[in-house]
Ligand binder design. Structure first.
Ligand code: BT5
Length: 328
């Protein structure tokens, strides 16, 4: 009902909408509307009320509710359905659950905070309320599971591009799924798939971006390795504008992928990752490999030349750069 009330108020920006009209349109009592207005105000909406004229929306808070995001969202598929939560365990877990129950491609889950935000390999993603972006997108690409890594690369390219457009900063992608600004992690991706041997049933693109967090808000363990757009830019950004733009960029890349395959994504990824030639230490499934990164192959695997001259392809793992990368 809040969504419907806000929609009516937004249809006539700067004008009053009478209580009578709202009650007629939504088929609810004037008292019920008054109660919803009170609760909307408590959520940060500034709503002027006049006995004679009705209600008028003065200002909206920077919440990531569907009613804040959808009106200006220029996508065809992504984000047309938004499952919104003030707080949730993990947006990825919820998206996975929804996809199992038949949610369509493009449906997204957004939360203002996560209690059990997931990183890879059982790690945590620090997810305090109302400051950042915690987003999961459901996709159903017609591809076999071994191509799923390309979708991780796609999400990384889109997120880096979104950050760049918003901030003018030049984020670097660190294989496979970290987005760094000045060598600190500003965003992380966690993609999860549900598949059979030959095809993917669905894929969840999980994207966490630190937007308006201050340095002191990070937990001690990550304070020295993490950053946010606000910290780098010196000012807060509009979270809803950011998520809209990110969904638009992501959709554009996904369309390219469906039409032309992964080539353009790989090229854009390589340009932003600049991993070629770097000395790296890779931990993968309990094994540690040291060597020179040669390239990333068409399925997103890291090609490494080890110290003994052997070439290895790494599907998943954590990379540590052995020489400091120049600040971006
Ligand atoms: C990732 O894992 O980087 C994937 C993060 C994905 C988060 C999104 S939020 C929406 C969606 N729903 C979820 O439940 N998850 C996804 P990994 O490469 O394993 O990195 C995790 C490590 O990054 C942690 O062990 C910390 O060292 C560090 N870290 C944790 N929270 C961070 C934060 N907010 N910013 C920067 N670094 C963080």
């Amino acid at each position: 009902m809040d969504e419907a009330i806000l929609k009516l108020l937004r249809e006539q920006p700067s004008a009053f909408v009478s209580g009578e009209e709202i009650s007629r349109e939504l088929n609810v009592s004037r008292t019920a509307i008054w109660k919803r207005m009170k609760s909307l105000r408590a959520s940060g909406y500034e709503i002027e009320a006049s006995r004679r004229l009705g209600y008028r929306l003065i200002r909206s808070p920077d919440l990531l509710t569907p009613s804040e995001i959808k009106p200006l969202l220029k996508t065809k598929r992504l984000g047309k359905v938004i499952h919104y939560f003030r707080s949730i365990g993990s947006t990825n877990a919820e998206a996975y659950r929804l996809a199992l129950r038949g949610a369509s491609e493009g449906e997204v889950v957004i939360a203002e905070s996560q209690e059990k935000g997931r990183g890879r390999l059982g790690r945590n993603w620090f997810s305090p309320p109302l400051l950042n972006l915690y987003l999961s997108v459901i996709l159903r690409p017609p591809i076999p599971p071994h191509q799923a890594s390309l979708m991780t690369l796609m999400a990384a390219v889109a997120t880096a591009q979104g950050i760049e457009e918003f901030s003018g900063l030049h984020p670097v992608i660190k294989w496979p799924n970290d987005i760094l600004v000045k060598n600190r992690k500003v965003a992380g991706l966690l993609n999860e798939i549900h598949s059979e041997t030959d095809r993917i049933h669905f894929l969840i693109l999980g994207i966490g971006v630190n937007l308006n967090m201050d340095g002191r808000m990070f937990s001690k363990e990550i304070r020295d390795v993490a950053t946010s757009l606000k910290m780098e830019m010196g000012k807060a950004i509009s979270r809803k504008d950011f998520v809209r733009r990110l969904l638009e960029i992501l959709e554009k890349w996904y369309e390219v992928f469906l039409k032309e395959g992964g080539k353009a994504i790989l090229e854009a990824w390589k340009e932003r990752a600049q991993i070629r030639g770097k000395q790296v230490k890779v931990s993968s499934f309990g094994e540690t490999l040291v060597g020179r990164a040669i390239d990333v192959d068409s399925e997103g695997r890291l090609i490494l030349e080890t110290e003994t001259g052997e070439q290895r392809r790494v599907v998943a793992g954590d990379v540590e750069y052995l020489k400091k990368v120049n600040d971006q």
